[in-house]
Every structure is written in structure tokens, then in C-alpha cells.
Design a protein around this ligand. Structure first.
Ligand code: C2O
Ligand code: CU
Length: 475
């Protein structure tokens, strides 16, 4: 199935269930396929080819004001509007995906396919690829090995380029396909804008310390977003947190949220949550069900989460209004009992490796910028961590700092063994894990991808100011 056809199937499914009321032209419902999502240029069923452009653009965030951004768009649809986030790359597990990328930005950039297992030369990281200069092109390609929800973004001055708007979702379909009345993809972000609509140039010490803090929360680029859910329906929502530093702590009163997938695919046993914490870079796949009746409304909110450094509690913020619409046309099949079948990594007798995350702030000097370290070293002045291809180790990521850090590894997934002794809620593949302050995450990693990979905190100001390391998997 092509990327385009996969999307159309998703829409048809929704239209059948909701009487087609949701796909009004002009303003697409957040979470659905939008105009501007990719057209597949390769007719072969096992191949997807798309044309991706990064270019300056303008979007509307504050009503009636234009916000200059850098945005991804589909080069195959010259008339398609620029959007932040960029087009959804929608492929099937096993497909060969080729992305011709044109850099029309005034700066050099790269694209990192966050969470996708691929050849190191396609990873778009600072150590695996030369930057793509302005006006030049690069063709990325990979086989979509794992079904899951991913995203793509630059890996160069990422704190500036991702904040400027370069971020987009990527779904690899496959695996369990539960019977749902709608499927949605949500990119959660915050942005710092002036009242003129312009992006703020102001970077405070706090921004450097905890990651740039936006004053507007966005769901798929929209504030005060709304969707319509069918009464009696059941929806599958996939989230990615693309913010520089904001932690989203989701609540959805009046509905149940059941987690069925993490970064790299399905969990073994789905579990129910009251709040869903998503740190920068992480993804969660949930099933939403409610007994709310047509005409009622639910609100997805971002609740306060204490992430350290005594950040003030600004109270819950509304993210998305869910208006209940007419009932689903036909009853849904029960949810499957069996989900992911991730084989547990055997860590019996394997070596452990410590990675200590630290931060230093010179309180005596008000102009001093905070700096960040892994094992006492600051990117780019780091000693590569050399490991052997095919071996397994335990990574002890020790957060020896005063705030939580989301830790991301490129090129391969890991499994969470425990966080300060607490077992994870489920077994599933992860590529980004939130390590709470003064706690240690123990991760099982099998080095199944040769080459040069990065690992770093996904608070982008932290990564760009030192909290980034280099893993060399030697064949
Ligand atoms: Cu999403 Cu190295 O990053
Ligand atoms: Cu960090």
C-alpha cells in the first residue's frame, strides 16, 4: 500500500464511522491526514518515494497574525500550504522509503529520523552525515523495519531549527490494528511568540536551564484545537512531544486512556492511565474510550508536572476540546487481548556501563550560561564510547542533576529494566526515556547496528550545550 493510499484508508474509516462530518475542506481536524501530507511518487507497492522541502514559510498561530517559521512541505504538491508540524510520512512496515530532500533554508541542516532503525549514513546526526548546505539536496532511504510512531527533525542547531518549525510525524503501520472509529496523530509542542505573531528572540537563563519555554501550547500547530468524536466510539491516538523542553502531562476527564504502544512499538500488556506524562522526544500510542453522549464535550489538558528547578505551577492548560458527535454507525469489535510480543533482552551476566548526567550553573555570575555533561564531558569534546557489534550491555543512566532529563539513543532501541528499582509499566521498545532527577534508569541495550550513533538529552538546549555523547558500535 502506498503512503497516499494508507492515508485515504484512514480517512475512509473515519468518514464511515462519523457520517463524514469531519472532513470539511479548509480546516482539517487536528490529528487527521491533512492536505499537504505526502503524495507517494513510486507506484511500486513495496516502495514509497516522497519529495521533502524545508523552506521559510508563514503560518497562523495567533488569530489574524502571521508567524514566520521554517517548515517542511511536500515538494510533489507545490500548492500545498506550509504547515508546522510538517507532512505526515505514512508508510507500512517493510516498505522501502526514499525521501528526496531539498534544503531551501538559508542555513545548513540535516534530517534525523527519530526512532527509525536504519543505516548510520542515513541517520542525519552530527557525526554520521555532512550537513546539507542551503540550496542543496540529499536523498535519505531506509526500510521501515518497525511498526510504530516516530518523527523527523533536524540534528544541527536542533534547539533553534526544531523550534523554528522543522518537525513532523512519521507512522509505520503494521502490527495490531484494533477496530477503532478514528485514528489520530498528535504532535504536541509549545512555541514562544510575541503579540505581533513573531517568534520571540528572547532566550532567558531559565530557557537555557530547562529548555525553551513557550507561551502558547500547540496541538498539530493549532491552539485551542477541537475535534469531533463519535458517541460510543473508540479512537486510537498517537502522541509525540516535539517541544524543546516542555513536559506534557495529559489528562482527559470523562474518558479512559489505555496505553498500547511506546516509542518503538506495542506494549506487551496495555495499561490504563489517569495522567500520561510525555517528555520531549517520547511517543505514546493510546486507545481512548468514553461513555459521553453526543452534544457533550471532553477536554484534553496539560496538567502541572514537577520536573525540577522549582518551576512554578501555572495550573492545567487546555490543549484539545473533544466534542461528542453522532453515534458510531456499527458496533466495534472488542479490543485484542494480545498486543506486542517484544522478546525480553537477556541481561544475565552482562556488563554495566554508567552514564552520569550533570549540569553546572555558576550562581555567582548572572551572565553565565548553564552547561551540561555526560560523564564529565561536554559535546563536542567527548571520547567515543566503543562497543562491540552484537553484544548486550546494561546502561545505567544516572541523573545527578536537579531536573528530569529525557535520554535518547540513536540507531537502536532499548528496554527499561527499572528506574531506581521501580519496574516499568510494560515491556516494549523505547528510544527515549525520562530519567527523573537524582534517579537512575537501567536500560538493556543490544548493539545491533554498526557505526556511529549519538545519545543525548532530548531537551534541545541541553543537548546543544553539552549533554550529548558518541557511541561507536564496532563490527
Ligand atoms: Cu530526536 Cu538525536 O534526536
Ligand atoms: Cu536534559
Amino acid at each position: 500500500m502506498s503512503a497516499r493510499r494508507a492515508g485515504v484508508v484512514g480517512l475512509a474509516l473515519l468518514a464511515a464511522a462519523c457520517g463524514g462530518s469531519e472532513t470539511s475542506p479548509g480546516k482539517p481536524a487536528p490529528g487527521q491526514q491533512r492536505a499537504g501530507d505526502f503524495v507517494d511518487l513510486d507506484p511500486a507497492p513495496d516502495r514509497v518515494a516522497v519529495h521533502l522541502i524545508a523552506a521559510p514559510a508563514e503560518v497562523e498561530i495567533l488569530e489574524g497574525k502571521s508567524t514566520p517559521v521554517w517548515a517542511y512541505r511536500d515538494g510533489a504538491q507545490p500548492e500545498a500550504p506550509a504547515t508546522v508540524p510538517g507532512p505526515l510520512l505514512d508508510v507500512r512496515q517493510g516498505q522501502h522509503v526514499e525521501i528526496r530532500f531539498d534544503n531551501q533554508l538559508p542555513v545548513e541542516t540535516t534530517i534525523h529520523w527519530h526512532g527509525i532503525r536504519l543505516d548510520a549514513s542515513m541517520d542525519g546526526s552530527n557525526i554520521s552525515q555532512m550537513p546539507v548546505p542551503p540550496g542543496e539536496s540529499f536523498t535519505y532511504s531506509f526500510v521501515a523495519r518497525d511498526a510504530g510512531f516516530f518523527w523527523y527533525h533536524p540534528h544541527l542547531a536542533a534547539d533553534e531549527q526544531i523550534e523554528a518549525g522543522l518537525q513532523a510525524p512519521l507512522v509505520v503501520r503494521g502490527g495490531t490494528e484494533p477496530d477503532v472509529s478514528a485514528e489520530r496523530f498528535f504532535v504536541l509542542d509549545d512555541i514562544k511568540v510575541e503579540s505581533t505573531g513573531e517568534r520571540s528572540e528572547v532566550i532567558t537563563q531559565l530557557d537555557l536551564m530547562v529548555g525553551r519555554q513557550g507561551n502558547v501550547l500547540l496541538v498539530n500547530g493549532q491552539r485551542n484545537a477541537e475535534i469531533e468524536m463519535a458517541e460510543g466510539g473508540r479512537e486510537r491516538w498517537r502522541f509525540v512531544n516535539s517541544a524543546n523542553g516542555h513536559f506534557f502531562n495529559l489528562t482527559l476527564g470523562g474518558a479512559s486512556m489505555r496505553v498500547v504502544g511506546w516509542d518503538g512499538g506495542e506494549v506487551d500488556v496495555p495499561y490504563q492511565v489517569e495522567t500520561l506524562l510525555i517528555s520531549p522526544g517520547e511517543r505514546y500510542d493510546i486507545i481512548v474510550e468514553t461513555t459521553a453522549a453526543s452534544g457533550e464535550a471532553l477536554v484534553l489538558r496539560d496538567a502541572y508536572y514537577d520536573r525540577g528547578h522549582n518551576l512554578p505551577d501555572n495550573g492545567p492548560k487546555d490543549l484539545l476540546k473533544v466534542n461528542m458527535g453522532p453515534a458510531v454507525a456499527a458496533p466495534l469489535q472488542p479490543l485484542p487481548l494480545e498486543w506486542g510480543s517484544t522478546p525480553r533482552i537477556d541481561v544475565d551476566g552482562v556488563a554495566s556501563r554508567q552514564l552520569a548526567l550533570t549540569e553546572v550553573m555558576d550562581d555567582a555570575d548572572p551572565a553565565a550560561e548553564p552547561v551540561f555533561f555526560i560523564n564529565g564531558e561536554r559535546w563536542p569534546d567527548v571520547t567515543p564510547t566503543m562497543v562491540d557489534y552484537g553484544t548486550t550491555e546494561i546502561w545505567e543512566v544516572v541523573n545527578d542533576a536537579e531536573m528530569d532529563h529525557p535520554f535518547h539513543l540513536h540507531g537502536m532501541f532499548f528496554q527499561i529494566l527499572d528506574i531506581d528499582g521501580a519496574l516499568p509499566e510494560a515491556l516494549a521498545w523505547k528510544d527515549t526515556v525520562m530519567v527523573p532527577r537524582q534517579k537512575t534508569a537501567r536500560l538493556a541495550v543490544t548493539y545491533d547496528a554498526p557505526g556511529e550513533w549519538m545519545f543525548h538529552c532530548h531537551i534541545l538546549e541541553h543537548a546543544e550545550r553539552g549533554m550529548m555523547g558518541h557511541l561507536h558500535v564496532m563490527e
